[in-house]
Design a protein around this ligand. Structure first.
Ligand SMILES: Nc1ncnc2c1ncn2[C@@H]1O[C@H](COP(=O)(O)OP(=O)(O)O)[C@@H](O)[C@H]1O
Ligand SMILES: [Mg+2]
Length: 292
């Protein structure tokens, strides 16, 4: 076994609906969102149902609903400060919604305790923009870290898996003993993805993976996300400013605007949309490269 090949993700056949109904509101049952035409037998892997989140008087998310099906890539688009990172943080429980429900892997995680969330974070890992690698550990040891934490693998097994994972993300063996400070931004992100994969997640959340990397590296990161989708059937959410990147990757797109899920649908639907705000965003995006 050189890479942690996983069996296809089991599609939950039932999400726990009972007990948390919002007073019979006409909400969208999981898997049937406003414009989410898809096989109703397929339950979402991650779903927001009428999620709201404010910081003091600042409403960041206002009744936001969307989903991503198992093995799909959802791209989240929107201007800076619109709540893209906040959305991801709600999925892994770093933040909790004020209202609405969040479903992950068939479970309503809204009221989950920290301990329960730790289990969710094993299934759903976040890849941070700066890579969040351990500065004092080599590339090899960074990726080995989650494997060592499992406390069940022999050293030679760990090293074999590490090599397989770094191979998969395209990091050359020459770099295995480097410290993160010796790596380019793109390489740091690849190593961070390898480390995320070491935890054998079912889904990966990427926050602006292409910010501050050149177009070639952006392309390679896109290739990698698609490879993980096809080979490991990973579910992904990719927050990005980069339209071309989104176009290549996204099965579905969520466009956040003024606290709302202004658009949620397939890439095709987005391209055909005549919505003015969305069009403005798409046009702007080809002209400027906004910061994070
Ligand atoms: N922990 C926090 N406490 C207070 N305000 C926050 C917190 N996290 C994010 N915000 C605010 O929420 C808004 C959305 O932030 P964010 O999701 O990071 O935007 P982006 O879409 O650029 O990722 C911003 O105005 C930000 O300042
Ligand atoms: Mg952000």
């Amino acid at each position: 076994m050189s890479t942690p090949e996983k069996p296809p993700i089991e599609i939950p056949t039932e999400t726990p609906h009972h007990g948390h109904d919002h007073g019979g509101a006409p909400g969208h049952p999981s898997g049937e969102s406003p414009n989410g035409h898809h096989d109703p037998a397929k339950q979402p892997y991650i779903a927001f149902e009428h999620v709201s989140k404010a910081f003091g008087s600042q409403v960041v998310l206002d009744d936001v609903s969307f989903f991503v099906l198992p093995g799909e890539v959802l791209c989240i688009l929107g201007r800076s400060g619109v709540g893209k990172s906040v959305s991801l943080q709600n999925i892994v429980g770093f933040l909790k919604p004020d209202a609405g429900r969040i479903l992950v892997a068939g479970e309503d995680i809204t009221g989950f305790t920290d301990k329960q969330m730790q289990l969710i974070r094993r299934k759903v890992t976040m890849v941070f923009q700066n890579g969040a690698l351990f500065d004092s550990l080599t590339v090899r040891e960074n990726v080995a870290f989650p494997l060592r934490e499992r406390n069940e693998l022999q050293e030679d097994q760990i090293m074999q898996i590490v090599k397989g994972l770094l191979d998969m993300v395209g990091v050359h063996e020459d770099l295995f003993d480097e410290l993160p400070s010796g790596l380019s931004t793109g390489m740091k992100r690849s190593v961070a993805i390898a480390r995320a994969l070491a935890a054998q997640p079912e889904a990966i959340l990427y926050d602006e993976p292409t910010t501050m990397v050149d177009p070639l590296i952006a392309r390679l990161l896109g290739d990698l996300i698609l490879k993980l989708k096809h080979q490991l059937r990973l579910t992904s959410i990719v927050v990005t400013h980069d339209m071309r990147f989104a176009e290549r990757l996204a099965d579905r797109v969520l466009f956040l605007h003024q606290g709302k899920a202004h658009f949620f649908g397939t890439m095709e639907e987005m391209k055909q949309s005549k919505d003015e705000i969305l069009q403005q965003f798409l046009e702007l995006d080809t002209l400027v490269l906004p910061g994070a």
